[in-house]
Write a protein that binds this ligand. Structure first.
Ligand code: AMP
Ligand code: MG
Length: 412
């Protein structure tokens, strides 16, 4: 198997997996899920013409030559039903959201009026027909499709679902994900510190990346570099929809992950991608499980989750937007690059008048996890690049935490 371009490897992953089946959820448990059914309006909203302002409902023809005085015949609050018809020379006091009384065709806001007595008001200026009237069905019409299949459920969508009284509806199921670390050198979180060992950070960093997608993964633990033990762990992992194994996918004589998963019936789709970090990535499928053999290096495995695993998981959950947002930026410091592999440089972003400037987060060794911990994004250095000068236009893929990027709000 050759060294695939990143985009070709991404396509192979997405071509191998499918959207999962649907399940029913209640409105209050649905944030972050993806709709698997169309949602329609169950009535007109507003149900009739209503006032958009606190003011007076009147006949616009009566105030063409304003100022003009009108008799107040009724007081209509939101939730009331008007009783009287507004005739020539009359008006009704009306509150925002209250139904328009018959006879009236416009509203004037209270600020443009002066009360003369308890039942007379002076209208200070003319208004056009329909002024400050929200027409029936402006928000939605009975039977309208208001949300389509594939809609990601955000707080705004929750508001629409509640508006149409959708208490339960179909969403796509979330994948069940298992995470396994491999390596004799690894020390678990609950084991005492041993100076000869390497702490297993991958289990936890990968778990958090999966949790950030709204999925609660299962940690299988640490398998030693022993084919029999590895086989036991991998067999458990193959009971899930997605298995993430880190370490042991490279060319070392004790890298048993690929031969063992193949022995267990996983059909390998690719091994090794023209990227840095993340080169030894392996991917395969059984008829029910997608298996990602992630590089052991902590940064490499996280970058592979960003570029391959997260889009796959989102696709399974019915999302159509699979990849992280990219942003143009200017490079703060020059970057050396040998043509051949796409490089993902961990960068911090700073905002200035011209947009964003990107600076590398210190050493880019794939073992230095702090470069990832400090990063706002991954800057893409194209495979063909021969290096980038300071000031070069670059593309940065945003990471978690960058939605709330700025310490101060906008200035107008
Ligand atoms: P490997 O891919 O197994 O050759 O591992 C490459 C490097 O990543 C080695 O230095 C490992 O010690 C390290 N590594 C592997 N798995 C983990 C892990 N779960 N947590 C932290 N480092 C790891
Ligand atoms: Mg290893």
């Amino acid at each position: 198997m050759g060294h695939l371009a990143v985009s070709d490897a991404q396509r192979l992953v997405l071509d191998s997996i499918t959207r999962l089946e649907t399940e029913t959820v209640g409105l209050e448990q649905s944030l972050g899920r993806v709709l698997a059914q169309e949602i329609r309006a169950n009535r007109d909203l507003p149900p009739f013409d209503v006032s958009a302002m606190d003011g007076f409902a009147l006949r616009s023809a009566d105030v063409v030559n304003a100022p003009a005085q009108l008799a107040i015949i009724e007081d209509i609050k939101a939730g009331d039903l008007p009783i009287q018809t507004v005739a020539a020379g009359q008006c009704a006091r009306i509150m925002t959201g209250a139904p328009m009384p018959p006879g009236a065709d416009a509203v004037i806001r209270v600020e443009d009026t002066q009360e003369v007595s308890a039942n007379r008001v002076q209208i200070n200026k003319p208004v056009k027909p329909k002024n400050d009237v929200r027409p029936q069905g402006e928000n939605m019409r009975d039977g309208d499709v208001v949300l389509t299949v594939g809609t990601e459920i955000t707080p705004g969508v929750i508001g629409v679902l509640a508006t149409v009284k959708a208490a339960q509806f179909a969403v796509f199921r979330r994948p069940r994900v298992a995470i396994l670390s491999t390596g004799n050198e690894l020390e678990g979180m609950d084991e005492p510190v041993d100076p000869n060992k390497i702490p297993d950070s991958n289990s936890h960093a990968l778990m958090a990346q999966v949790q950030a997608l709204g999925i609660e993964p299962v940690l299988l633990g640490i398998a030693r570099d022993d084919p029999a033990e590895l086989e036991q762990y991998l067999m458990r992992g193959l009971e899930y929809d997605v298995l993430l194994v880190s370490g042991g996918t490279s060319v070392g004589v004790h890298d048993y992950v690929r031969p063992t998963i193949e022995k267990l019936g996983v059909q390998m789709k690719f091994w090794r991608v023209a990227m840095k970090p993340g080169h030894p990535l392996a991917f395969g499928m059984t008829d029910k499980t997608a298996v990602f053999g992630l590089p052991g290096n902590p940064v490499s495995s996280m970058v592979c989750v960003e570029e391959f695993v997260a889009p796959a998981l989102r696709c399974m959950m019915g999302n159509t937007r699979l990849f992280r947002r990219i942003l143009p930026a200017r490079l703060a410091n020059p970057i050396k690059h040998q043509p051949g592999r796409t490089e993902f440089v961990r960068v911090q972003l700073a905002r200035d008048e011209a947009g964003y400037s990107a600076s590398a987060t210190g050493t880019q060794s794939s073992g230095v996890l702090l470069s990832m911990a400090r990063a706002d994004g991954l800057m893409i250095v194209p495979a063909a690049s021969t290096g980038l000068a300071a000031g070069a236009q670059v593309t940065v893929q945003l990471l978690d935490g960058t939605v709330f990027q700025d310490e101060i709000g906008f200035r107008e």
